[in-house]
Design a binder for this molecule. Structure first.
Ligand code: ARG
Length: 569
């Protein structure tokens, strides 16, 4: 929690009966501009308790509170008690803290090593890996880092769609129109082509659908030929997926896809039955959810095959047993809202109180230049295409602007991938985004490359100052950082940890992208207004310390979003 707000809360609580520092903490606000104070405590709620006007309470508190450093004054105004920092003192505290804590700055142990499972990415084998999966991948990966920063132990799980009726379709298509070389050469695209072909052909010849269903039933029954094809398709795809994850620098602790639960569903179905939750309907087995205003949750089809929901129920029970999570997050687009609501309810009906710790984190759809991305017809933007397109675009820009740069290729990857991730994470997650080649890679405005560039610019200032960064102990005199812009930079670093926590509380990385953009913009104003390499050693070192701190915080913020910060670009 913000240490300065904590200090204030404790100070105020001392003067009030029956109010804990925690309650006070929750009430403290940040005024819209710094003329009205750096923090403010509204006294309106206390008016009833104390039977006094808010303004009177604020005035009395202003007289009585004993303000500790780095605060300098408290003033009552319009029912608020406004607090002002001693700007210089605050600057010294923040800069020293950032330079000392570096990548741990703003971290916390509040997670207390509790386990958070994060189920993300989860593309479907033999179906396209499209920009919708990119959203799940980058939001999930960022949340993984954010929760870890807050002291949680994260378990990243890729619940691959590696089981299901699509395999029946692809097997039929492979046998009729496929070739081994094609799959080996380009497994994801090759399987997708077969999938698309199947749908084209089955429109003309509906009997293919039955054939596909048969193949899937054979898979479920353990048929050797069917399983060998399935295994081969899966392995080829996972190998190729791992290349994409490597490029994105995304990491999973477990690749336990849907097929992992094949032998674990029977006991769960038995348990459901013993708990009297199952009903039969035209040969299929389901759980009635009508009392909860939802359609039934189907767990077994009439041909005996299981479903997506059956595997999710089983997986949740397995994860609870294996990891004893305090929370399990699921990242998919909002079209799956009902699916999650249904089976979360089933877990609850099974009597598991941890049902309340399952949380669907939905996000908006991605349209491609105005059109819905559709897998069946093949109008997809393959993730790889997006990433490689971005890298190519960045390479061209580097060639044009900075052809002498070392590590051109590495930088192009970091910036291209960073642009894609940042673009995705800068939208409020629940909003639909329209993906367009032009805006995704724009280097102006509130983009990843802009923040990366600001970081590199800070690095170049430090290089020009030619200081031994490793053991540098700058002389910091906060009195030099009391002007408006310097103070804003300091304040933004002060609340960095709050932004991380807020992003975690709302499962909303866009709060963090917003914050790093603000910090980058304010820093660029500082850089524009203040010469850094000045004669006065104390002033110079103080400003350099600010530059170095901003560089650390930008790098840390980017890394929590899953984005690299190249030293030069
Ligand atoms: N494979 C699914 C899809 O692409 C997402 C899986 C999400 N995770 C889960 N446990 N259901 O739509």
């Amino acid at each position: 929690m913000n240490p300065f707000k904590e200090i204030l809360a404790a100070t105020i609580a001392e003067k009030l009966e029956n109010h804990s520092p925690k309650e006070i903490f929750e009430l403290i606000e940040t005024p819209p501009n710094s003329d009205m104070g750096d923090y403010a405590f509204p006294c309106f709620r206390l008016a009833k308790v104390f039977r006094k006007a808010p303004q009177a309470i604020a005035s009395e508190l202003a007289k009585n509170v004993q303000l500790p450093e780095p605060f300098k004054k408290a003033e009552a105004a319009g029912g608020y008690l406004n607090f002002y920092f001693n700007r210089g003192k605050l600057a010294e505290i923040i800069l020293n803290k950032v330079l000392q804590e570096k990548e741990y700055y703003g971290s916390s142990d509040e997670g207390n090593d509790q386990v958070v499972c994060i189920d993300f990415s989860a593309p479907n084998i033999a179906k396209p890996f499209h920009v919708g999966h990119l959203r799940s991948t980058v939001i999930g990966s960022s949340l993984y880092k954010i929760y870890s920063h807050m002291g949680y132990e994260c378990v990243g799980i890729n619940h691959l769609g590696d089981w299901g009726t699509q395999f029946g379709k692809v097997i039929v298509a492979y046998k009729n129109w496929g070739s081994e070389e094609r799959i080996k050469e380009e497994p994801i695209q090759g399987l997708l082509d077969l999938y698309v072909k199947f749908h084209e052909e089955s429109e003309k010849n509906p009997a293919l659908e039955d054939e596909a269903r048969d193949w899937f039933v054979r898979m479920e029954k353990g048929d050797e030929e069917a399983l060998a094809l399935w295994k081969w398709f899966s392995n080829e795809t996972i190998n190729e997926l791992q290349k994409i994850y490597k490029l994105l620098d995304v990491h999973f602790d477990h690749y336990t896809g849907e097929s992992f639960y094949n032998d674990k569903m029977e006991p769960v179905l038995k348990d459901l039955k013993e708990k009297n939750l199952l009903q039969e309907s035209e040969g299929a087995i389901l759980i009635d959810l009508e009392p909860y205003g939802m359609p039934p949750c189907l767990v077994q089809k009439k041909d005996g095959s299981t479903l997506y929901a059956t595997r999710d129920i089983t997986a949740a029970i397995y994860r609870k047993k294996t990891f004893d999570f305090s929370k399990c997050l699921y990242l998919t687009d909002y079209s799956q809202n009902l699916h999650f609501e249904q089976w979360f309810k089933v877990i609850e009906l099974m009597g598991y109180d941890w049902a309340q710790n399952l949380e669907h984190v939905p996000f908006g759809r991605v349209t491609h230049e105005g059109r819905r991305i559709q897998s069946r017809k093949g109008t997809v933007v393959l993730l790889e295409e997006v990433i490689h397109g971005a890298i190519e675009k960045v390479s061209e820009i580097i060639e044009e602007k900075n052809p002498e740069l070392d590590n051109k290729e590495e930088t192009a990857i970091a910036v291209g991938v960073g642009a894609v991730i940042f673009n995705d994470l800068s939208h409020n997650r629940i909003k639909d985004i329209s993906f367009s080649w032009d805006t995704a890679f724009s280097f102006d405005g509130e983009t990843g490359p802009y923040v990366q560039y600001t970081h590199a610019r800070a690095g170049s200032v430090l290089r020009k100052a030619a200081i031994e960064l490793e053991n540098w102990k700058p002389v910091i005199n906060g009195a030099y950082l009391e002007d408006e812009v310097s103070n804003q930079v300091i304040r933004q670093m002060e609340i960095f940890g709050d932004a991380v926590r807020d992003a975690m509380k709302k499962n909303e990385p866009s709060i963090l992208t917003r914050h790093v953009v603000d910090l980058a913009q304010t820093f660029n104003r500082f850089y524009h207004d203040h010469p850094i390499l000045v004669e006065n050693i104390e002033l110079r070192e103080t400003r350099l310390a600010l530059v170095m701190s901003v560089k650390e915080v930008l790098k840390l913020g980017l890394s929590l979003l899953g984005i690299k910060a190249p030293e030069r670009m």
